[in-house]
Design a protein around this ligand. Structure first.
Ligand SMILES: Cc1cc2nc3c(=O)[nH]c(=O)nc-3n(C[C@H](O)[C@H](O)[C@H](O)COP(=O)(O)OP(=O)(O)OC[C@H]3O[C@@H](n4cnc5c(N)ncnc54)[C@H](O)[C@@H]3O)c2cc1C
Length: 501
């Protein structure tokens, strides 16, 4: 077994780990980043489909904080705003597309917005609109204690607003029911503004006064960001080692931490984790940043705490603290995320040149009386939303991403054999045009099951407690979506702050 000593070990090469390693380089350290897959980036990754390099994971970041834009510019990347607005598909009356009102997460910024009022009346009737208007007069205390998004919206504006506008957002963006989403995680500042302004619509307006875009992308694709971070880490003296899995972490008596690694090779099924090959290596270090998803973090941390609790207080991980962390982990069950599948279609389709549905659409869940004509939960007209991603492609080239998977839905029947035809038919219905096999240049089906764990109020609270306990060790820190909150706007700033926290 070989061994070496480095300044910092960052375990996990998603955007959390890359951000942590980049901030270590900026602090004058020489980090070693370990990534078990073939390249860093994690859920921000590209695929070559039909001759186009496109995002197949996360495609944008929320611009609510400036950190990602600043980071991108510092790395020499341009950032761009999305083109076109998006729609909601309702299954009612045989199905139709309706525009989305200006607001946050489907909650309108203005109760008199005709887009909101007319759509709500059409879908749920005038009583639903009258109920929504009560938000203006009920005072700020109603709903102020609601920690989940569903309770907050239904209490302030009624069930119909929740079902029509907010549930499609929750499903399309977080693959979750709004009752499983912590308001403070998915819409930071909203409850504080409700308290201040007196109504939910005014709170939305205070946070987002104009219908300006709330997301952006690094020009050419979101996947450019991990590529640029990797280059900057290496240029700054750090090391990025892909196909290297951290298999164990323990506190040491002389060097503070020991990380054991093993090389990996790709799994024949790319949806499954890579396979370990070759010999173990021991790495000694003063600092470790654990930036893996929750299951891997809990497993590495749990075994580490177990070992530390037997080693007494002569390590960087005192026995009492280790015992407390071990017990907290034993009681920490994460809710199962909804299954998610994306079908990317690359098309030659002049009938899409005018972008009939802008940047795309979110689909309302069907009610018991609806007879749905499609199964998708969202569609992104990726090449229309981000035209730079297909710069140089032949005329009439279009990239569509059709998303599947609602909480509780079984997607095991969506296979490489049938996904193309199902997605093509759904896309034609949603876009309101004819599309057939002759339009398809290529397609790719990806299952992302378990990748988006709902951020419930309970998991947020436990993750915060765990993070605070880990911070009491000397040199060990945790980061990543399970602790920072889902989405790049939460993950990247947390990762950047994790080395010196
Ligand atoms: C389909 C999909 C679309 C999304 N779209 C958006 C979007 O448009 N905008 C947005 O803001 N957010 C989006 N998100 C959420 C966002 O992608 C995540 O919150 C974020 O990328 C998580 O980053 P992370 O570093 O915490 O985790 P990950 O990206 O999961 O990275 C963790 C890394 O750790 C590695 N790893 C695991 N175990 C080990 C080990 N033992 N040793 C070494 N390496 C290990 C993994 O291989 C992985 O690369 C999306 C998520 C999904 C699933």
């Amino acid at each position: 077994m070989t061994s070496r000593t480095v300044d910092v070990v960052v375990i996990g090469g998603g955007l959390a780990g890359l951000s942590a390693a980049y901030s270590a380089v900026k602090a004058g350290l020489r980090p070693l980043l370990l990534e078990e897959r073939g390249r860093p980036g994690g859920l921000v990754c590209s695929g070559d489909i039909g001759g186009q390099s496109v995002d197949i994971g996360a495609e944008s970041f929320a611009t609510r904080s400036k950190e990602i834009t600043d980071l991108a510019h510092e790395l020499g990347l341009e950032t761009v705003s999305p083109q076109g607005s998006s729609w909601i598909w309702t299954h009612q009356d045989g199905g139709r597309a309706v525009p989305i009102p200006h607001g946050i997460f489907g909650i309108p910024a203005n109760i008199d917005d005709p887009v909101f009022a007319e759509t709500l009346v059409q879908i749920a009737g005038s009583e639903a609109y009258e109920r929504a208007k009560r938000d203006l007069t009920m005072g700020p205390s109603i709903g102020a204690n609601c920690e989940d998004l569903a309770s907050l919206v239904s209490m302030r504006m009624g069930q119909a607003v929740l079902d029509t506008f907010v549930t499609p957002f929750a499903g399309g963006i977080h693959a979750a029911d709004p009752k499983n989403l912590a308001v403070d995680s998915v819409a930071p500042g909203l409850r504080a503004q409700l308290h201040k302004t007196g109504s939910l619509t005014a709170a939305v307006r205070a946070i987002r006064p104009q219908p300006t875009p709330v997301v952006a992308q690094t020009k050419g694709g979101m996947f450019r960001l991990p590529e640029a971070l990797r280059e900057a880490i290496i240029a700054g003296g750090g090391m990025v080692e892909s196909r290297k899995r951290a298999i164990a972490l323990t506190p040491g008596r002389h060097s503070l931490w020991k990380v054991w690694t093993k090389p990996t090779r790709s799994n024949p099924d790319p949806h499954l984790p890579p396979i370990e090959v070759g010999d173990r290596e021991l790495i000694r270090t003063e600092r470790v940043v654990l930036a893996t998803p929750a299951p891997q973090s809990f497993s590495l941390l749990g075994a580490c705490a177990d070992a530390a609790s037997l080693m007494g207080d002569a390590t960087a991980f005192p026995a009492d603290l280790a015992q407390e962390i071990f017990e907290l982990l034993g009681d920490f069950t994460l809710p199962a995320g909804a299954p998610i599948a994306h079908v990317t279609l690359v098309l030659n389709a002049p009938q899409l040149d005018k972008s009939p549905r802008g940047s795309g659409m979110l689909v309302s869940p069907p009610s018991r009386t609806d007879r749905p004509r499609l199964r998708a939960k969202a569609l992104t007209h990726y090449s229309s939303k981000w035209p730079d991603t297909i710069a140089g492609a032949p005329p009439h080239t279009h990239v569509l991403r059709i998303s599947y998977g609602r909480p509780g839905e079984d997607l095991s029947d969506l296979t490489n054999e049938n996904a193309r035809a199902i997605a093509l038919a759904d896309a034609a219905t949603m876009m309101g045009v004819n599309l057939d096999e002759a339009n398809v240049i290529d397609h790719r089906l990806i299952h992302w099951d378990g990748s988006l764990v709902p951020q419930t109020p309970e998991t947020r609270e436990k993750a915060k407690r765990l993070e605070d306990l880990v911070k009491q060790t000397q040199g060990l820190r945790v980061t990543g979506a399970w602790v920072a909150g889902s989405g790049l706007a939460a993950v990247i700033p947390h990762g950047l702050g994790s080395v010196n926290a």
